[in-house]
Write a protein that binds this ligand. Sequence first.
Ligand code: PHE
Length: 439
Amino acid sequence: PSPPTIQLEGRHYPTDEWTNLPSHISSALSRKLHLQPSHPLSITRRLIESRFPGPTYQYHNNLSPIVSVHQNFDSLGFPIDHPGRSRTDTYYVNKDTVLRTHTSAHQADTFRSGTSDGFLISADVYRRDAIDRSHYPVFHQMEGARMWSRDGCKARGGVAAVIMEDIESMPKHGINVEDPNPPFHEKRNPLQVEHTPEEAQAVGAHLKLCLEHVVAEVFGLARAGAVAAGGAGAEGASEEPLRVRWVEAYFPFTSPSWELEVYWQGNWLELLGCGVVQQSLPKNAGVPDKIGWAFGVGLERVAMLLFGIPDIRLFWSCDKRFLGQFKKGEISRFVPFSKFPPCYKDIAFWLPRSGSSVGGQVSFHENDMMEIVRNVAGDLAEDVKLIDEFTHPKTGRKSLCFRINYRSLERTLRNDEANSLQQMVKRVLVEEFGAEVRE
Ligand code: PHE
């Protein structure tokens, strides 16, 4: 049960049955890693910003993470039953207020303010999620958008013509792009009724070219770094041209939509989502005459590749051996200080029959386990996996088994420390979820 109010960034918010904000999350609000000048996330942010110069683009790096459900979901056209809205996926301050799950939460307001043709919004975002080396419940995104006024382009042949001119004037990037997708597709990736085919095609082409330039720059630097450091993937990296590909996607607030993937050390990695802005957004924001594109890129993903950072928890480290390695404006390869040993612990338990209610809790989601472990072990938890699950044929009770990997990035964890963390996890499962631990 939560206290009647919680204080966040100096304001009191009433709590209710939707509140699910643990203290280890609310304490992250003040870190603002993307604003620490020599932090790799800030260096990455500035590198991308340099590809989108003012005055065309305005930067917003200080917007509050506490937003309304309306901003985060409704304003973007998320249907009422969208899974992203559930308490298992999103941190609720109360029924009307969430920690933003993406920087798109600020699109509508920024369109409404209408102070520039384009913007970049960098910010911390919050999602309940798995625990492993590339997932953390707090991460950072950069939202980008570019809009054109149809009226303002009339004298120059219309929006599509103006955009095509801009495209012609952009330099070549020399990377290898696979894009088998049509500019839009009637069923899979439709043209909006408000747009002409020429407009959608021009906006989409401009969007893709701008983002290809970002990738060419960022990955050119990352590969140069990997080659210089002689690290994994360095062999052949200098000769092989960079490969990227566009994949059709779906977002409620863009159409057509795509994702951009890069081929990196043997795998296709998803880097960002983007598309042609749904006309309902500028319309509802009082600028119906504007048309354009938006993208959202995960900054940790980019920074991990750029600096060779192997574990997402490192971004949160206050250890000088981590922070001392980076300097404002410089891309360098992370040098691991040491690999400390892992400590694996399994835990198996029965859940109460569904329908029975213990401590107000009636169901158990995998993300509830993640949350318990985060709360107890903080950054000492490296990875949590569901390794077994079955339902007893007679009693109908469900049994789950999780394997937790405890490991500190800064020192060797003692076995008795891991044991006592494990004991605490068990206690929470029993007391808050009515679980019966199987020994
Ligand atoms: N907000 C989307 C996400 O977090 C990314 C996105 C941004 C997609 C802007 C389209 C346009 O997945």
